[in-house]
Structures are given as C-alpha cells and as structure tokens.
Design a binder for this molecule. Sequence first.
Ligand SMILES: [Zn+2]
Length: 112
Amino acid sequence: MPQNSGSSPNFVPLTTMSKLMCPHGGSVQIAAARLRPIPPRQGSIVTENDSFNVCGCGFAPAGPSPCLRVVWLASNSDLQVDGQNTLNYTSIGQCVTQHGIVQGPVIIVAES
Ligand SMILES: [Zn+2]
C-alpha cells in the first residue's frame, strides 16, 4: 500500500508534461493509460499506475545497469482519477532496473 504523503493542496498534480529524471541523468518518459486533460495546464494528469519509463540512464558501476522505470512508494490518495492515486512534488518514487533492482530516487525537476 502506498503511503499518503502528498495530500497538500499546495502541490499541483504531475502530468505527462512534468519533467522527471533518474539520479544518473536519464529522463523519464511519461505516458498516461488514458487521456485526462486538466486545462489550462498542458498534458494529461497521471496516476501512480501510468507508465514512467527511464531513457538514457548512464548508471554503470560494473557494466551497464540502466534505470528502466519508476516505481512509486508514496502518492496522493486525496486526489484520485480513475480510482487511482495521483502524484505531485512530494510523491516518492524509485528508479529500478529491468530486474526490479532499486537504483535511487526519481527526481521531480518540474511539475509543468
Ligand atoms: Zn539511472
């Protein structure tokens, strides 16, 4: 069960336009399972169960070991869409390899 640590209304929900990075310089490509526009903002609001794929991670402590995707540990249960928790600046996610090995926290660069 994800913890609820992002309940502050001061934080806007993340969207497909938000900028996220892994700790090793990889960028996170966000894709929503369903379009959920939230004008006047651009993009679609996303939930913890949407796709967060890491691209361009250079982590290679003993050979290439790139981050592949983001797993969310804490999300915002106070704002749900399609019955799923949304995310915001206070949400906590971990970047994992294709084998599910945790490599560090995702960095939320911009909510957009
Ligand atoms: Zn990485």
